[in-house]
Design a protein around this ligand. Structure first.
Ligand code: NAG
Ligand code: NAG
Ligand code: NAG
Ligand code: NAG
Ligand code: NAG
Ligand code: NAG
Length: 427
């Protein structure tokens, strides 16, 4: 394990510890990259690597004419960047199931590439769903010798046990909470149990809001605590691999990569364009180093960092756009989205020592919070009807050690519709 980019955290590596390597990938929608250049791909990959991400899981849909074009550029870019790996994730819902021969051809075409990710000496391959095609994998594995870790989440853990001998591991897509609940690791435990000792890839996602009428999608799930809480869970749960959902799925608002405007799906610009999420990556070196060392005492925080996120529009500032809390399409009861996406600022700080955290909305009163221990501390500050730009500081020994400002909380909604996506910023 070589961590060259010790900007935010420093690892004190113990030479004696040589456990099974763990990996963190980010889900990359090639369908949103039809116009991307190899330079842009290299830039995105360097940024991901800088955040300690090991590579991308490349989501590919069988009807997408651009797939090979994007894959060729991606594999070439990853090779050039170096020490950054890729694997294929066959999407069985977008455009329908993949025919077996095309899956076999695509795996075999890319597996000799230097940037292909190998796990247990085999090229790792994953999916998005595909529960009607579980029988295909006997032939696919025979003809490619791949390491198959499908996401067949809609099967449920119990039914998965009936087909697990057809694959080599499992990836769960169950990354968001139901209703007002906080996400627990119960689902991860059930899936990890159901693999019968085969590797488990655990999902982590910072948010979920989609409003794409052309695909009949318009719902949100509670996301407020996910980014800090799920990484905490990952630290204790210690899955074999982790996949971040996502790098560039703009339409579902869970991207942590840079926004490339020509990759935004039709209709999503309204809620994506002014909503950068880059700052969510600022905490990743710490989160990933925590997961990989399984021992935070070995990590030294070398820079105080503050990250904040919030929705830009209060809940009474416009139409809710018909967005439901929960997904009725998936059989969940519809709820008022305001109950799941609350009018609050969420703050996570990574501090070297106990510190005070200051937060202010517009010209309102300054709220003082206490980060009681070194490492990660999380806070919530209700809007309380205040509007305006936001400012934040970390203060220690009467000195300001970090400072950040955020875009305004405003009742002026784009198109009169509340933006349920987050804006994210950092010091
Ligand atoms: C594929 O099946 C054939 C016939 O059973 C067998 O000889 C071969 O070893 C298998 N290949 C792999 C990679 O499993
Ligand atoms: C969810 O987690 C947050 C942060 O840990 C906590 O403040 C809140 O009370 C929890 N909510 C529920 C319903 O357990
Ligand atoms: C997973 O298996 C362990 C050990 O058998 C058991 O204690 C636990 O209840 C299981 N968890 C779930 C969610 O099935
Ligand atoms: C964690 O790391 C610290 C510092 O290197 C070490 O003293 C401690 O024994 C480690 N704890 C475990 C459980 O390995
Ligand atoms: C909308 O926000 C206000 C102010 O924060 C809050 O009092 C109210 O409960 C919220 N509405 C819902 C439905 O949660
Ligand atoms: C909010 O910040 C923007 C950008 O820095 C600035 O142009 C604007 O004047 C600020 N608004 C207020 C009310 O301070």
């Amino acid at each position: 394990m070589v961590f060259l980019f010790l900007v935010y955290v420093m690892l004190m590596l113990n030479a004696a510890a040589a456990a099974t390597p763990k990996y963190v990938f980010a889900h990359y929608i090639t369908g949103n990259a039809a116009h991307i250049t190899q330079d842009q791909l290299e830039s995105d990959m360097k940024i991901a690597k800088h955040a300690f991400i090991d590579g991308f899981a490349l989501n590919i849909a069988q009807q997408d004419q651009n797939t090979d074009f994007v894959l060729q550029k991606a594999y070439a870019a990853a090779e050039k960047v170096g020490d950054f790996s890729l694997f294929l994730s066959f999407d069985y819902l977008s455009g329908g199931p993949w025919p077996v021969d095309r899956v076999v051809d695509t795996i075999n075409r890319y597996k000799p590439h230097p940037a292909q990710f190998y796990y247990n000496k085999k090229p790792l391959v994953s999916t998005f769903e595909g529960v009607g095609n579980t029988n295909d994998w006997t032939e696919i594995r025979n003809k490619t010798d791949c390491f198959a870790m499908p996401d067949w989440t809609s099967l449920g853990p119990e039914s998965f046990t009936n087909v697990r001998d057809k694959v080599d591991g499992f990836f769960s897509w169950d990354a968001w909470p139901f209703g007002t609940e906080n996400k627990s690791t119960e689902g991860d435990e059930a899936w990890a149990n159901a693999t019968g000792g085969k590797p488990y890839m655990m999902p982590v996602s910072p948010w979920f809001y989609t409003n794409l009428p052309q695909w009949n999608k318009n719902w949100l799930w509670k996301g407020a605590h996910l980014w800090t809480q799920r990484w905490e869970d990952i630290y204790y749960f210690q899955p074999d691999l982790v996949q971040i959902i996502s790098w560039n799925d703009y339409g579902e608002s869970h991207y942590i990569g840079p926004v490339h405007e020509d990759g935004i799906p039709q209709g999503a610009s309204r809620y994506v364009q002014d909503n950068p999420h880059d700052a969510w990556r600022a905490l990743l070196p710490y989160f990933i180093a925590s997961y990989k060392t399984a021992n935070r005492s070995r990590i030294r925080v070398v820079r105080d960092t503050l990250v904040f996120w919030y929705r830009p529009n209060p809940n009474d500032s416009g139409s809710d756009g018909g967005t439901t809390g929960n997904s009725p399409q998936h059989g969940q009861p519809a709820m008022d989205p305001r109950l799941l996406a609350e009018d609050k600022i969420y703050i996570a700080v990574l501090v070297k020592e106990p510190s005070f955290i200051l937060a202010q909305i517009g010209d309102g009163p300054i709220v003082s919070l206490e980060a009681q221990h070194s490492g990660i501390n999380s806070f919530e500050v209700p809007f309380d009807g205040q509007l305006g730009n936001t400012t934040f500081a970390i203060v220690r020994d009467d000195k300001e050690v970090a400072y950040a400002t955020g875009p305004p909380i405003t009742k002026e909604c784009v198109d009169g519709t509340i933006n349920w996506n987050a804006v994210v910023g950092s010091s």
